[in-house]
Design a protein around this ligand. Structure first.
Ligand code: G3H
Length: 536
């Protein structure tokens, strides 16, 4: 199809999908105020072009390219709002914080339509998946509130041991810097921001390099719902805005989801390594191990969604398939056919499996990976594999892949599916053991003995083994983490509350005088920390 035919004319875009572009986001939230940015800006380009006669247009707006001074203003505001734990927010009761969050959810829900549309335009996520990302985020906030109530109820008791009366709770850590990835710019930013905030920390967050404008409809909600300086947003180049923030030594927690390289740079910028706690979601190369007796239909279906949902741009995607030689030909034929039957379309189309890619030059980079593989003996097994149409790249199924190729080792984070034929199960196991990553793996098969044996090896290499199903993060109540270069810290709705707080206790020697003091504190409700009330 010709490029001009693939991308729509303005008149062909459904009205409720249109946003009044260009959207120049000039407002930014620091210290509880929405300021007007008058400095340099970064243009935002969509992966979806609009066909205007002879030209294809994709500039949809801009956002502030902040300078060091503004970044440090954001830092100072967050640090001041925390005020060494003396700020309004860290000292607030949990009930009061929960009320702020409920207010925020009400305001956020009003912005759903615009946020979903911007998700489609900015990162090319399908309408269904964009709605899912928004709804999943709202659910995440609600579930976090419930998890916090639970946590608080469990720590509402007084413990008496060896003549010591104590109450043990969780207290905030300080100022948290949150940075999410472009593939889940809303959800994954919020899966650290929300728990960090609700535990009483103050926040600076920087939207990812793609998926920036979609945060703008939420600025008012942040301003309205939370006290001054508790949530601050910075935009711009990491080197200009994040380096000075990290180098100040005033960040207590770095919550970052992205590449190992950037995480290492950020951590090294902090002058006090022991003061900084890191919560990181990093790279992965999750394998599927397909055994000789695997059910072909289920395996093909799970491997298609596992490797190609959102064009393979998921940290949890299946990024290499190891297929037993006895099932290889049948699997390859069915998998390849299924891939070629996928529909690459605009995000709002009724029938859409794949969409244009948001990263500039990604199709070219993917083509280079494919070329390296074919130069070393791999074969493109699907007819449509590698067809490029500006920002679109039709998935490539690569057969005959081996360890001499870059695609065997590198995380493609895009629509290439490398397939390795194996004879001995040791081959995929060696792959997992030697991999620098350790997030998840999938096993497809029926023989319970073999599955048990493999599982017992894999659970000591990765953090989630999926049986006859693709790798994935959800449901969000389950722990999400990784070994080696894949993660630091564990996220789940309840784990995240712990990651962004520290166990802290108040202890009394068990004397009559101290018992009297404690009773008076509890009865008068004079402390926000020492209390035995249950939040209902
Ligand atoms: O990109 C990494 C995400 O956490 C993956 O989440 O498995 O729910 O798509 P998901």
């Amino acid at each position: 199809m010709k490029t001009q035919d693939f991308f729509p004319k303005l008149s062909e875009i459904p009205e409720d999908i249109q946003v009044s572009f260009p959207l120049h986001q000039t407002k930014y939230l620091i210290n509880g105020q929405l300021h007007e940015w008058r400095g340099e800006v970064e243009n935002v380009y969509s992966s979806i072009y609009v066909n205007e006669g002879d030209s294809l247009i994709n500039n949809i707006g801009s956002y502030p390219l902040m300078d060091e001074k503004t970044a440090l203003y954001a830092l100072d505001s967050a640090v001041k709002a925390y005020n060494n734990g003396q700020g309004v927010w860290p000292k607030m009761t949990i009930e009061e914080r929960i009320e702020c969050f409920k207010h925020f959810v009400r305001l956020m829900k009003d912005q759903k339509k615009l946020v979903v549309n911007l998700l489609m335009w900015e990162i090319g996520k399908s309408l269904k998946d964009s709605e899912k990302e928004f709804d999943r985020t709202i659910d995440y906030i609600r579930d976090t509130i419930e998890a916090l109530k639970d946590l608080d109820r469990n720590s509402s008791r007084i413990t008496i041991k060896q003549n010591t009366i104590a109450q043990i709770k969780r207290a905030p850590l300080g100022t948290v810097l949150c940075m999410g990835p472009f593939n889940y710019p809303l959800n994954e930013t919020f899966t650290t921001l929300i728990p960090a905030l609700i535990m009483g920390n103050t926040i600076i967050f920087k939207p990812p390099k793609l998926g920036v404008l979609l945060h703008s409809p939420l600025l008012d909600a942040f301003k309205e719902a939370f006290p001054q300086g508790v949530v601050n947003i910075v935009y711009g180049e990491g080197q200009k805005v994040i380096a000075p923030i990290m180098s100040s030594g005033k960040i207590n927690v770095l919550a970052f989801i992205g590449s190992c390289k950037v995480a290492d740079i950020l951590k090294k910028q902090h002058p006090h390594p022991h003061l900084l706690k890191s919560v990181l979601g990093l790279e992965a190369k999750n394998p599927a191990i397909i055994l000789a007796d695997a059910d072909i239909e289920t395996t093909v279906k799970e491997c298609i969604t596992g490797s190609l949902s959102f064009n393979g741009q998921r940290c949890t995607a299946l990024k290499i398939l190891f297929v037993n030689e006895n099932i290889y030909d049948e699997f390859l034929q069915k998998f390849t056919t299924a891939v070629d039957n996928l529909t690459l379309a605009l995000p709002w189309s009724d029938q859409v499996d794949l969409t244009p890619l948001p990263e500039k030059n990604k199709p070219i980079w993917l083509s280079e990976l494919v070329k390296d593989a074919t130069d070393n003996g791999a074969i493109i097994s699907n007819k449509r594999g590698g067809m490029i149409n500006k920002s679109s790249f039709f998935p490539v199924v690569l057969e005959n892949v081996n360890s001499t190729m870059r695609i065997y080792h590198e995380e493609q984070f895009g629509p290439i599916v490398p397939i390795v034929k194996y004879r001995d199960i040791k081959e995929p196991l060696e792959y997992v053991i030697n991999s620098p990553f350790g997030q998840q793996a999938s096993i497809f098969g029926k023989d319970y003995n073999q599955i048990s044996e493999l599982t017992d090896t894999l659970v000591n290499q990765v953090c989630r083994v999926n049986i006859n199903s693709q790798c994935q993060r959800g449901p969000d109540i389950f722990p999400f983490t990784g070994r080696k270069d894949s993660a630091e810290g564990t996220l789940s709705i309840s784990d995240a509350l712990k990651v962004f707080s520290i166990r802290t206790m108040v202890a009394f020697k068990e004397t009559e005088d101290n018992k009297k003091i404690l009773k008076e504190i509890l009865n008068s409700k004079s402390s926000n920390f020492l209390k035995t009330d249950y939040i209902l």
